[in-house]
Design a protein around this ligand. Structure first.
Ligand code: ACO
Length: 325
């Protein structure tokens, strides 16, 4: 991985850095930071950027089949937004001194992770509503916290992204409300979709805290403000009320309300399934990577044209400057 010339970490600089974190100061690209902070951010932010871009695929699958112009326009805008989120976050990652092309290549080579959720298929039109509601809903819970992350460019990207994710979530829930209040067949389609997306949505938050090797360090440095389990619990508590409001049920016979904590407690998550998907053996991992590789190959002429245009502009500017001297 190409990073800026590493500066040797020394105790005094580390102490000053940690004091800034403790004072809730924002860390900016030109500030000194421990190499480990930099590499953890590159890991997490690049995985996040890849997730946004790969996340366009499951929903993109339904654009041509949207049942009305209104739904098609909403879906087109949403998928386009996700591409934009990927670009903001790749830009944010570049401020850490890594080349975007290198990150994209890691994805194409199958060496980079992206969110497990995008390795599940969109089998019915209701899945488009369920993704907006649950997947974007989970993303908001996670990313609202990341908007307070200690690294300035990431936090600022999250503020902007969360505004759009809120729209995505609202349209997804409105979509599910419409199906749940529709014909019995439409309601059954909404329920069947909720059944398939519920558990993978809970897995998006990552392994339990006890099994999360990166959490302690990320929390110490103010990148993560809440743990995987805390955010998952918040999502469950928010979502169960929404499920009940539209008279659907989550596929969890063990779900119970805990009076003492005010939390909805779920049954066990299938972590074997989670790790299978993360390690590349989910239902759509190879299809998703295949689609990204094809798009990358077919987009080569666009990148070449943009480079040629940029070079021409630079040449023209140089010649103009030379003539004026
Ligand atoms: N899918 C794929 N991999 C995951 C997932 C997931 N849902 N959850 C955890 N992992 C991976 C981690 O990347 C890590 O692998 P690595 O060390 O090889 O990089 C490993 O599992 C262990 O997990 P943690 O130690 O808990 O990792 P971390 O502390 O980074 O927490 C989390 C994971 C919560 C996903 C965090 O990185 C994060 O908040 N990322 C930013 C948000 C994001 O990427 N969202 C993507 C989906 S949102 C959307 O695109 C709409």
């Amino acid at each position: 991985m190409t990073t800026q010339t590493p500066v040797a970490d020394d105790a005094a600089r580390l102490a000053a850095f940690e004091a800034r974190i403790a004072a809730d100061e924002s860390i900016e690209p030109k500030d000194w930071m421990p190499e480990r902070y930099r590499s953890q951010l590159i890991r997490m932010m690049s995985q996040h950027a890849h997730s946004e871009v790969v996340g366009m695929l499951p929903e993109g699958n339904w654009i041509t089949r949207a049942p009305s112009l209104r739904r098609k326009m909403i879906l087109l805008a949403k998928v386009q937004d996700e591409g934009g989120h990927g670009l903001y976050i790749y830009c944010g990652t570049e401020t850490l001194g890594v080349d975007r092309q290198e990150l994209v290549q890691q994805l194409l080579d199958g060496k980079a992770k992206y969110s497990s959720i995008f390795n599940y298929p969109t089998l019915s039109w209701a899945d488009i509503g369920a993704i907006g509601w649950l997947v974007d809903g989970a993303a908001i819970v996670n990313q609202t916290m990341l908007a307070k992350a200690s690294y300035g460019p990431y936090a600022r990207a999250m503020v902007r992204i969360c505004k759009e994710e809120n729209f995505h979530k609202k349209q997804g829930y409105e979509f599910m409300v419409t199906l749940a209040r529709g014909t019995p067949a439409q309601k059954a389609m909404a329920q069947e979709s909720l059944n398939r997306w519920w558990w993978p949505s809970l897995m998006m938050f990552g392994p339990h805290d006890a099994d999360s090797p990166n959490s302690d360090e990320l929390k110490k440095w103010g990148v993560k403000r809440k743990s995987n389990d805390e955010l998952r619990q918040r999502f469950v508590n928010l979502t169960i009320a929404q499920v009940k409001a539209i008279d659907l049920t989550v596929p969890d016979p063990d779900l119970r309300y805990d009076e003492a904590s005010g939390d909805w407690i779920t049954g066990p998550i299938d972590w074997d399934e989670f790790w299978r998907v993360v390690k590349g053996h989910g239902p759509c991992n190879s299809e998703r990577l295949g689609a990204r590789r094809k798009a990358h190959d077919e987009g080569r002429w666009v990148r070449d044209a943009a480079m040629a245009y940029a070079e021409k502009q630079q040449r023209n500017n140089r010649e103009t400057t030379e003539r004026q001297q």
